[in-house]
Design a protein around this ligand. Structure first.
Ligand SMILES: Nc1nc(=O)c2c([nH]1)NC[C@@H]1CN(c3ccc(C(=O)N[C@@H](CCC(=O)O)C(=O)O)cc3)CN21
Ligand SMILES: CC(C)C(=O)C(=O)O
Ligand SMILES: [Mg+2]
Length: 273
């Protein structure tokens, strides 16, 4: 069993992957991945939007519940969707709590900024473990003007380091660093006790996370910092096209897939109609 406390002080790097459904989550969990993130990247992947912004609490609640039903060992983290936090403190905490109470998440993740320090503290105080997320925060795509690398000048890098410290002090149990220079990620990892989990942030973080669709080769597109370890889309295409051909040629279903019920001989005679 992976626990939020157990992520600290481990020998090997922490492994984290997204999952948005029970079948994928079961495979991820059985592979021994430490943390399953029900990412709001479901917007770009499972749900077919072109950003994460349209993803709702209902989407994340339903997908988190499916993942939690399938996972036995990994820590299940629900990613709070755009505008489900950050407006009012009480509403943010209530939404986070809903993901623990009703969807069986173990923790939530919040795209962090100066405005989430107190939110992180409040959630932690009431017993909701919070994973922070700094660097590229895709819910801010309209403000950032694209999914660009973050923390690339002294001022921006110092702000990320300061916010990392502030979220650690507020009680975050882990910190995702997305699309930042590897030397900045190394400096943040060095400065914190809290484990860092990188995506496009180099090898010096305490762990790594990627979107599962990118790893297995399910989607049509993946970011430059990702690696495709398989070709699931190719295999799905082959299987589905083979099925289509088998039906069209009459090769499927065969006799082994059908059943003739001898007792029906009296009530059904093919030459009746
Ligand atoms: N399938 C998938 N994988 C992801 O890793 C992912 C998502 N979806 N959706 C949410 C965010 C978006 N992410 C992204 C998306 C694009 C770039 C990217 O292409 N960056 C380029 C160009 C940036 C630009 O100029 O707009 C780069 O070189 O930094 C990076 C991360 C990471 N996340
Ligand atoms: C890539 C990770 C960190 C994420 O936030 C997501 O999948 O939504
Ligand atoms: Mg996310």
């Amino acid at each position: 069993m992976t626990t939020t406390r157990g992520l600290r002080d481990r020998e090997e790097p922490i492994t984290m992957l997204t999952a948005y459904d029970a079948q994928t989550a079961a495979v991820v969990d059985e592979a021994g991945i430490d943390v399953v993130l029900v990412g709001d990247s479901m917007g770009n992947t499972a749900l077919g939007y072109d950003s994460t912004l349209p993803v709702t609490m209902a989407d994340v609640r339903s997908r988190t519940a499916a993942v939690a039903r399938a996972v036995e060992d990994a820590l299940v983290v629900a990613d709070m969707p755009f505008l489900s936090f950050g407006l009012e403190e009480a509403e943010s905490v209530r939404n986070a709590g809903e993901l623990l109470k009703e969807a069986d998440a173990d923790a939530v993740k919040i795209e962090s900024g100066p405005h989430t320090v107190e939110t992180t503290r409040r959630m932690t105080e009431v017993g909701i473990p919070v994973m922070a997320h700094l660097g590229l925060t895709p819910q801010h795509v309209n403000r950032l003007g694209g999914y660009t690398r973050q923390g690339t000048d002294e001022e921006a890098a110092a702000e990320i380091l300061d916010l990392a410290r502030a979220h650690e002090e507020a009680g975050a149990f882990a910190l995702v660093l997305e699309h930042v220079p590897s030397n900045l990620a190394a400096a943040v990892t060095e400065a914190l006790e809290t484990p860092t989990i990188g995506i496009g942030a180099g090898a010096d973080c305490d762990g790594q996370v990627l979107v599962v669709d990118d790893v297995i080769g399910l989607g049509e597109w993946s970011p430059p910092f990702s690696r495709q370890f398989g070709d699931v889309r190719g295999e799905m295409e082959r299987a589905i096209e083979d099925y289509r051909d088998a039906v069209e040629t009459g090769e499927f279903p065969g006799e082994e897939h059908a059943h003739v019920e001898e007792d029906l001989e009296d009530v059904y005679r093919p030459d009746d109609g």
